[in-house]
Design a protein. Structure first.
Length: 308
């Protein structure tokens, strides 16, 4: 029963004491601290020159409570980078291999049984794996590099607002945990490609058809895959001629990483901080919040900035 008049401090304390006496401790504290942030946003920044990207990645995850917060012992983990293009890391078109290397190691340290790296590339997969450095990462860390063959595509119901049945890269959805590691860059159609858009590389079929209503398609895919963690690679960002680029003049060094277990917040923060864009002016960020994937209100998350 609720009162329609002010309640004094003594009454509140008495009520709390009564709750403690009659309710389990866990349910009481869940009630008291219900407005505490349940999601995390970490922004890690390294020095402009000579940044140890592996160290920056480890500090980022440590600030979020460690990888064991997201990965449990015995888990099969799939990491979804953006390695769609057969480009060397310095061109900013693909996820930096040192970020990927550090995350794989952290997953194994947290007790993961298997770590797989999977992306449905645009250029030839073998060329992409070699040019981006991902093949070397798999070799050095013991991660499994999954080739996007047609036999691994499964027709699945996406239950989206636009997308229904669609071929899905099965190893991604069959994993216990999904970690999304996109690279931050501009895009000729969606304006930016960040975390949520990276899931276009998680499906097969006529992917050019996804561009007809690209913002809703992005949100449908993000809602389907539901990553446990997003780490946006902004060690160097592409500010011109995205998404494929091909010239060093398209790229700006940032030595920055953004982590969140809220995919909308990760993209919103990246849009604002890296590209000085208003998050809600990016269609898929606005729709992602509308359909309940997360929030653009960073004040609702536990935020921390880390510098090395």
């Amino acid at each position: 029963m609720f009162c329609d008049h002010p309640v004094g401090r003594r009454h509140v304390l008495k009520a709390m004491a009564g709750m403690l006496a009659t309710a389990p401790c866990s349910s009481f504290f869940q009630s008291v601290w219900a407005d505490e942030p349940s999601k995390t946003l970490i922004d890690a920044v390294g020095p402009e020159n000579g940044c140890d990207i592996g160290l920056l990645t480890r500090k980022l995850v440590e600030a979020a409570g460690g990888m064991s917060r997201f990965v449990s012992r015995g888990d099969i983990v799939v990491i979804k980078p953006n390695i769609s293009w057969a480009r060397a890391p310095q061109f900013g078109a693909t996820t930096h291999p040192e970020v990927l290397h550090a995350v794989v190691r952290l997953c194994f340290d947290a007790g993961a049984k298997t770590v797989r790296i999977a992306d449905h590339t645009i250029h030839d997969a073998r060329q992409c794996f070699l040019a981006t450095g991902v093949a070397q990462v798999a070799k050095e860390t013991g991660a499994e590099l999954v080739y996007p063959t047609s036999s691994l595509m499964r027709e699945m119901h996406l239950h989206g607002h636009r997308l229904e049945m669609w071929p899905v890269f099965a190893p991604i959805v069959e994993a216990d945990k999904r970690i999304n590691i996109p690279v931050a860059k501009v895009h000729s159609i969606s304006r930016l490609t960040l975390g949520m858009k990276n899931w276009i590389g998680g499906v097969g079929g006529r992917r050019n058809a996804l561009h007809q209503d690209i913002h809703q398609s992005i949100v449908d895919l993000a809602q389907f895959f539901k990553p446990d963690l997003t780490i946006i690679d902004a060690t160097r960002i592409m500010i011109e001629n995205g998404p494929s680029g091909g010239s060093l003049s398209d790229v700006v060094l940032r030595n920055r990483l953004i982590l969140s277990d809220d995919p909308v917040a990760a993209d919103a923060h990246a849009a604002n901080q890296l590209f000085r864009m208003v998050p809600k002016e990016i269609g898929y960020i606005r729709l992602g919040e509308k359909w309940g994937l997360g929030t653009t209100d960073i004040t609702r998350l536990a935020f921390r900035q880390v510098k090395i």
